[in-house]
Design a binder for this molecule. Structure first.
Ligand SMILES: Nc1ncnc2c1ncn2[C@@H]1O[C@H](COP(=O)(O)OP(=O)(O)OP(=O)(O)O)[C@@H](O)[C@H]1O
Ligand SMILES: [Mg+2]
Length: 302
């Protein structure tokens, strides 16, 4: 089997995204605008970005046999991603999200339903495909499958990148098997027990990863690697919708790592790519082009 750059395992969904004014109180009718339908899911969207930037990716996940399943799979196939690792569950619903993006500011509220039926099982992960990858990326939602794959990746010296959205069961174990663990603000708060992203990074690093980061939306990110702790602002943009920023932050970071950039530069590539995503509705419309990613260099600190 031909090797790939990135083997991703995690959620894939269909996202319906609409723009609203201010977020409403319960019990009212609220008009929304600019409905867009796009594939979503942290790992799936990260692979869509990486694929557009010229990297060959394979995806492992679950869809149902409802009307959304084939649309989700097609949204990845059209990006050139190998989707043979998608398992179709009979009589089950696919993952779905309705997302309201507030304007101005672009803050998104996501209502989502996980895929019906059983989560992806360890024996459903194509280990041969994984063993030929340069890097493994997971969101840890399918705990057992993600742990199994991360263990195998480790045994094969394949770097493991984790997108930690929520501190749910199994995440600490997955962190122990990872090299680069980039968490959301929520995850950081849950782990540190307070609003202290650098403390959250320290706690993640105590588990083993050589880089830990916490993304903080429009406030940027904090990270710890080597002997360094950094805190960086986000690129200032007039955000329309922040859906997918975290997903593409991970993609930009992975792109940097696979291109041999420093960890600091790789984080910066992630933050820059994510800032482009905020300019369009949905997680995939605003992904910057390959040329920009290839040529971009971190500006010197002012
Ligand atoms: N409003 C914004 N303006 C500029 N950059 C942003 C904005 N929101 C997010 N970003 C960039 O994207 C990164 C990731 O965003 P965020 O922390 O919201 O991810 P997340 O919580 O994982 O969300 P999601 O999973 O929906 O993508 C931030 O660290 C920042 O660099
Ligand atoms: Mg996220």
């Amino acid at each position: 089997m031909e090797g790939c750059d990135v083997f991703g395992l995690g959620q894939c969904s269909l996202d319906y995204i609409g723009r609203i004014g201010e977020f409403p109180p319960p019990g009212i009718k609220k008009e929304f605008f600019d409905l867009t339908v796009q594939g979503g899911g942290p790992v799936a969207t990260a692979l869509a970005a990486l694929s557009r930037w010229g990297l060959f990716c394979r995806f492992s996940g679950v869809v149902g046999d409802d009307a959304f399943g084939p649309v989700i799979a097609r949204s990845l196939e059209e990006e050139g991603i190998d989707t043979k690792g998608i398992v179709r569950r009979k009589g089950c619903a696919s993952q779905f999200a309705f997302i309201a993006a507030e304007s101005p500011g672009g803050r998104r509220t996501i209502f989502w339903e996980r895929p019906g039926g059983e989560p992806l099982k360890p024996e459903e992960v194509d280990l041969e495909a994984l063993s030929g990858a340069r890097l493994f990326h997971t969101d840890g939602l399918f705990v057992e499958a993600a742990l199994h794959a991360a263990q195998k990746a480790r045994e094969g010296n394949i770097p493991v990148v984790v997108d930690g959205g929520t501190l749910r069961e199994g995440m600490v174990e997955i962190a122990r098997l990872s090299d680069f663990f980039i968490a959301s603000e929520t995850f950081g708060r849950q782990l540190a027990g307070r609003d202290d992203p650098l403390e959250a990074c320290r706690r993640i690093r105590d588990l083993g990863p050589r880089l830990a980061a916490v993304t903080l939306g429009e406030k940027g990110y904090a990270a710890s690697f080597g002997g360094k702790e950094i805190r960086r602002p986000a690129y200032p943009v007039a955000a329309v919708d922040t859906t997918g920023c975290g997903d593409v932050f991970h993609a930009g970071f992975i792109f940097g790592v696979l291109r041999g950039r420093s960890l600091e530069e790789s984080l910066d590539l992630g933050a820059w790519a994510a800032s482009r995503v905020c300019l369009r509705l949905g997680g995939r419309a605003g992904i910057p082009g390959r040329g920009e990613m290839e040529t971009r260099r971190r500006p010197l600190p002012s």
